[in-house]
Design a protein around this ligand. Sequence first.
Ligand SMILES: [Zn+2]
Length: 219
Amino acid sequence: MNIQHHIGDDTLMAYVNGTLPETISVVVATHLAICPECRKNVALMEDIAALYLVESEPAYHVDADPTAPDIQQLDPEIATAASTKYQTDKGVPNPLADRMPVHLEDIPWKKLIPGISHYPLSVADGSRKKGVLRLLKIAPGTPMPEHSHSGQEITMILRGSYIDDLGRFQTGDIADLDDEVWHQPVADTDKDCICLIATSAPLKFSGFFSRLLQPLVGI
Ligand SMILES: [Zn+2]
């Protein structure tokens, strides 16, 4: 897997600090399962966070356990073996597999509009104001309705690929977008593009048709 698009530093730092909504955290954890580069960044941020805690709360300073394993010192072969264990019998990495009732190939897709189906995944805090987590299946050549976000949207490609103004996104890649970005992804190969997509708040659609569509599809 040749991952070209990674998780943004702000999102990774929020993940380390435990301040991300659950929906976004699931996508981050799923990407971390297959991406040594982002795992390395997380380890670095955890080191920095630990230093900050030591400096700001000297009264609670406890020496680190010298026997604790250090992710950064893992032998590369062990690290590779660790990442292959995430290939589960549901065809996706573990943090996502835990949330899926069946294998990715057997998902009972629900049609949204021609060419686009979805499957909502449950989260502990089901309030729609906290955003949604869902699988999305886009048929080849199908454009998504153009939209931006009133919060954060993060997408991980699980199968196939898509193209938008920001480039080409293939299996394993992450699109980590804030509310500044308007984009219109188009599935670009001869097979379906399947994504895991999380929002921290409902999306904003542009155009008359999209505004009509939004309350119906709820994306
Ligand atoms: Zn990455």
